[in-house]
Design a protein around this ligand. Structure first.
Ligand code: SF4
Length: 341
């Protein structure tokens, strides 16, 4: 059975033609799926009974089931979804003053093995399809009875390692006749798959690119992120400069501060040198302590000193608010708990 949420509007029009229907049916179905967020074909009441039966025979609506939902005192909600094949993924909803942001997963498991990430140790199973990425947004909207305004690809998985499906999902999410979430409100976070950063620069998309940098030299970065062995910092920064030149868009660099590892002033100095002259922003993340993990959170004093050093030397830096810290905020933790239970 084909997941009907995996098609963008043009593809859905072609699907309708292929089953002997008029293309405008696709717009009606799109509206039912993404505006009304119905869970059954039978709820699409402006379609004939015959067409609904045809759709039921060919397609699946793919409604994720909530296995577990945790709610933080700050309003953050963390969902563990059953993706209907025995696998589970997690999606996090965060409430900011500027709206509701959802952090989506792009893969089941992850190949990257970042040492500070709770997904490490969970084997890679498979890529999520475009429809499964889109369904995370819909399933959360159905649960909270409200619309999401921003999407970040920062959940489990490396989005650029599932490039085609992530691009396709963004096009579905973008569509003004559907969820209508503008590309400017979508952020893709990568551990640094250099060739895909060049590809992304050529997409002519308005999404924000976010790079998980976390260290300023290859030795430290490779210790934290094995992907650095394949794509060292020099190559990564070169790709980022190309991206900025082609898109004229600011890159956001994520820097998770771990105590006595990458949080001293020498690191801040190296970071200034590395990013000098680039249109960018540094997002400092107080690292979450991970069960059995090697890294622990930096002190507040060090985090503030680090930020001030960057700001004083021409690099715009802010400290990310810790949301959901009382409900296992590091990605992968909810899923791992479920596997352990
Ligand atoms: S931080 Fe992201 S890219 Fe790195 S292992 Fe975790 S899920 Fe994968």
């Amino acid at each position: 059975m084909k997941n009907i949420k995996q098609y963008n509007l043009d593809e859905l029009k072609n699907e309708m033609i292929s089953i002997g229907e008029k293309p405008f049916r696709a717009e009606q179905i799109f509206s039912w799926l993404y505006r009304e967020k119905v869970k059954e074909f039978d709820e699409m009441t402006n379609l004939s009974l015959e067409l609904r039966e045809k759709l039921k025979a060919e397609y699946d609506i793919c409604n994720f089931k909530i296995i577990r939902k945790q709610e933080s005192s700050d309003g953050t909600k963390k969902y563990l979804f059953d993706v209907l094949d025995g696998n589970a993924i997690e999606t996090v909803l965060m409430q900011y003053h500027h709206g509701k942001t959802i952090c989506v997963s792009s893969q089941i498991g992850c190949k990257m093995g970042c040492k500070f990430c709770a997904s490490t140790g969970i084997p890679f199973v498979r890529n999520l399809s475009a429809g499964e990425i889109v369904e995370q947004v819909i399933a959360v909207e159905q649960d909270i009875l409200d619309n999401i305004s921003n999407i970040v690809f920062m959940g489990i998985g490396e989005p650029l390692d599932n490039y085609e499906n992530v691009m396709k999902a963004i096009k579905i999410i973008n569509n003004p006749k559907g969820l209508n979430i503008g590309a400017r409100h979508i952020s893709i976070s990568t551990s640094g798959i250099v060739p895909k950063i060049y590809d992304l620069a050529n997409e002519n998309m308005q999404c924000t690119l976010s790079i998980s940098l976390h260290a300023t030299n290859n030795k430290k970065r490779s210790e934290m992120m094995p992907v650095n062995n394949a794509y060292p910092i020099e190559e990564l920064i070169k790709a980022c400069k190309d991206y900025i030149k082609k898109t004229n868009k600011r890159i956001s660099f994520e820097y998770a501060l771990a105590k006595d590892n990458n949080d001293n002033l020498e690191d801040a100095k190296e970071l200034v040198k590395l990013l000098k002259g680039m249109i960018c922003h540094v997002n400092l993340i107080p690292i979450n302590k991970i069960e059995n993990g090697k890294f622990t959170k930096s002190t507040n004093e060090n985090i503030i000193k680090f930020r001030d050093y960057l700001n004083d030397h021409g690099i715009v830096a802010t400290i990310r608010r810790e949301l959901g810290s009382d409900i296992d905020a590091a990605c992968g933790q909810l899923r791992r708990k479920n596997l352990n239970n």
